[in-house]
Each structure stands twice: as structure tokens, then as C-alpha cells.
Design a protein around this ligand. Structure first.
Ligand SMILES: Cc1c2[nH]c(c1CCC(=O)O)Cc1[nH]c(c(CCC(=O)O)c1C)Cc1[nH]c(c(CCC(=O)O)c1C)Cc1[nH]c(c(C)c1CCC(=O)O)C2
Length: 367
């Protein structure tokens, strides 16, 4: 195993601890889930968006010759790739290895994930006729998801597993544009120009997202994160009119599940209050807004997650440490804080820096 001696020791210690202190076997009692619920924690929990894959050599070795969507449909690979960052860094949560377009592929949308590009959709959806392709998702559409979640829950023991889905706006953008987009032109053209078609599309994506998140929670995921990565492209009034009704419906439909719900987007400084209003337990914050100010904008009754600029990890350790300290100190202003980056780990990140950062966060006093 390529991980460092210190992380190996920590994993062994955690396993041993779990056996001696049965209460710690339960992921629902983990520091991560407790922080999401705004309960006292022994240390600030930490995990990293896109921690599975990206910077890990052991990930690249496993993925050699395996297309992304094949990996996402292979339970053994999902389990192993999801476990890699947990073993290596000793993070407080695992995130299910998959992609936001997996449920769309599973219901029959013709799409692929192109290396170095991202999701590419063969027939972009721009008319009422094309909406027929978007039917609700059932557990049988994604048997590999339930199987991998159940395998992971066993393997992870006390460490919680985060299930996730793409939010309707971000999924709509890929479906309407046909691939990654800088300005979301076609997406906004439909939103402004054909509101009935827009809401019909968003409604269908909302049903798929609810179904897909429920499948993961019912198979044993301990938390759910909704990635609305590109929603920062929308102004607040438009978010309220064109997006909020749908994201609110998602969080309301998941409220009966006993798992915390996290809501994240990039460039959402002006939307943070509305993201909180949508109903999640935790609002993810990118690096553009300091966490104390973000907590004010989000309002009471929510925890925050974030928010080190992923590019800071490319700087020397002294810089990483001082920026992490700042985020941790500001995070104390929130009712709960899960440490994370402000967006995904960059592929060129030194994995050693992530391990060291994890140790630093764990050693930092909570108050
Ligand atoms: C917007 C978005 C996508 N996918 C995802 C988001 C939301 C998070 C975010 O904002 O970054 C979510 C995602 N995608 C992936 C995960 C894995 C779990 C994790 O470690 O967080 C997660 C949580 C794997 C992936 N998703 C993708 C890969 C690379 C695929 C390959 O190797 O061919 C992986 C490991 C492909 C992908 N998928 C997507 C893009 C833009 C790309 C290309 C850029 C990239 O490489 O990350 C869409």
C-alpha cells in the first residue's frame, strides 16, 4: 500500500478504537455527522471534494484502461477507489466514487465522460419532445450503486459514507449545452425564453435526483451532498424563480431520511442565503467568501462546509497552514463546521499535502 506509515497507524488505531468503544462504530455518531447536525465535536471533521481520484497514483493505477463510466458501474472498483483517500489521508468521511451524470446514463440518456473534457451528451435536450428521455430512476436501474454502497458501509466501519447527486440546474446545463460550458448560453436561453419547458425539465431532473439520493441513503449512506456546481452563474432573483422551487422540493423530499443533507455550489456568494433557504442542513461555501461572513449570510440553523482555495494546496506548507488556520478560526462563527476545500482537489495536488492538512485540521482546537 502506498500510504504513509502515519496514516497506516491512524487507520489501525481507528479500527482498534471502534472495537473497544462500540459507540464509535456508528457513523451516525461520527464527528462529521455531528458537525453537520451542529452538535459538539472532538475535532473539526474534514474531507475533500473530489478526494477519490484526481491526485492519487493508486487511483490512476486502478483506472488504467478502464473508461470512467465503466468504473462507475463496477462495484469492486467503486469500493476500492472510494476507500483510497480514507486509508491514505485518514479523512472523516468517504465520498462515493461516481459522477453526477451516472443516473442520467442509467435511465438511457446517450452520454459519455470524455477524459480531460467531462460529460458529453449525444443529443442535447432543447425541446419538449426530447424531455421524454427523462423518466424517474428506480433501484434496478443502478444495481451497482446499491451493491457498492452496502460493500462500502461494511468496509468503512465507523467512517461515514457521503452519497451525492448533481442538482437540477447543473444537470440541466450538461443536458442542454451537450457538454461543459463557460457561459451556459443555451441553458439560460431556455430558462428566460421558454420558462414552461425549463420548469418541466427541472421537474423531471428533480424527480431523478430525489430518487437517486434515496437509493444511496436507503443502501446505507450516512449523508447526502447535492452538487449544484454551476448555479453561481445565476442571479439571486433568477435563482428564486427558476431554481429554488426545485432544490427546495429535493430537500423536502429527503427530510424523512435520518441523514444530514449538504448543498454546495461554486461562485454562490450572492446566493448563500437562498441556498440555506432551500432547506439543507449544511451549506458548502467556495473560497470566495470567508466562512464567518458566509455563516452570517446563510443564517441560523445551518452548518457550513469549506472553504480553502484548492489552489492553496499548490503553495508551500507554511501558506497552506496559515490559510487553513484562518478558515478554521472563521469556521468557529458557524453553528457547525466541516472543513473542506472551496471546490474539488486539483489533479496536480501533492497527496502528501492533503495528508498533512488533514492532520493539521484534526489537531486544531475546536474552540
Ligand atoms: C460538475 C461535476 C461533474 N462531476 C461531479 C461534479 C460536481 C463536483 C464538482 O463541481 O467538481 C461530481 C464528481 N465526479 C467524480 C466524483 C468522485 C468522488 C469524489 O472524489 O469527489 C464526484 C463527486 C469523479 C469524476 N468525474 C470525472 C472524472 C474524470 C474522468 C476520467 O478519468 O475520464 C472523475 C474521476 C469527469 C468529470 N465529471 C464532471 C466533469 C466537469 C468532469 C471532467 C473534469 C474532471 O476530470 O473532473 C462533472
Amino acid at each position: 500500500m502506498p500510504h504513509s506509515p502515519s496514516s497506516r497507524r491512524r487507520v489501525r488505531a481507528r479500527t482498534a478504537g471502534a472495537a473497544w468503544h462500540p459507540v464509535r462504530v456508528n457513523p451516525a455518531e461520527s464527528p462529521f455527522v455531528r458537525a453537520c447536525r451542529r452538535l459538539p465535536v472532538p475535532h473539526t471533521p474534514v474531507w475533500y471534494m473530489r478526494q477519490a481520484g484526481r491526485s492519487l497514483p493508486e487511483y490512476r493505477a486502478l483506472r488504467e484502461g478502464v473508461p470512467m463510466l465503466t468504473a462507475c458501474a463496477t462495484p469492486d472498483l467503486i469500493v476500492e477507489i472510494t476507500m483510497q483517500p480514507v486509508r491514505r489521508h485518514g479523512v472523516d468521511a468517504a465520498i462515493f466514487f461516481s459522477d453526477i451524470v451516472v443516473p442520467l446514463k442509467a435511465i438511457g440518456v446517450d452520454l459519455d465522460i470524455k477524459p480531460g473534457v467531462g460529460p458529453v451528451v449525444a443529443d442535447p435536450i432543447r425541446s419538449t419532445d426530447a424531455l421524454g428521455a427523462l423518466r424517474p430512476i428506480e433501484p434496478d436501474d443502478v444495481p451497482y450503486v446499491g451493491e457498492a454502497v452496502r460493500g462500502l458501509v461494511k468496509e468503512l466501519g465507523p467512517v461515514p459514507l457521503i452519497g451525492f447527486a448533481g442538482a437540477p440546474f447543473t444537470l440541466a446545463s450538461y443536458l442542454i449545452e451537450g457538454g461543459p460550458s463557460k457561459n451556459h448560453d443555451h441553458t439560460k436561453a431556455m430558462m428566460y425564453g421558454e420558462p414552461a419547458l425549463w420548469h418541466d425539465l427541472m421537474d423531471r431532473l428533480t424527480d431523478i435526483t430525489i430518487g437517486y439520493l434515496r437509493i444511496q441513503a436507503e443502501a446505507g449512506a450516512s449523508a447526502l451532498q447535492l452538487f449544484d456546481s454551476w448555479v453561481g452563474a445565476v442571479a439571486p432573483d433568477d435563482y428564486r424563480a427558476f431554481v429554488l422551487p426545485h432544490t427546495s422540493r429535493i430537500f423536502a423530499a429527503l427530510a424523512d431520511l435520518d441523514v444530514p443533507r449538504i448543498h454546495f455550489g461554486v461562485g454562490t456568494g450572492e446566493l448563500l442565503g437562498l441556498l440555506g433557504e432551500a432547506g439543507a442542513d449544511v451549506v458548502g461555501v467556495d473560497w470566495r467568501v470567508p466562512l464567518d461572513r458566509a455563516a452570517e449570510r446563510i443564517g441560523p440553523g445551518r452548518a457550513v462546509q469549506g472553504n480553502l482555495d484548492p489552489a492553496v494546496l499548490l503553495a508551500p506548507w507554511e501558506v497552506i497552514e496559515s490559510r487553513a488556520r484562518d478558515a478554521l478560526e472563521r469556521g468557529r462563527a458557524a453553528e457547525g463546521h466541516v472543513f473542506n476545500l472551496g471546490h474539488g482537489v486539483l489533479p496536480s495536488t501533492d497527496p502528501g499535502a492533503l495528508t498533512r492538512l488533514t492532520e493539521f485540521v484534526h489537531a486544531f482546537p475546536v474552540s
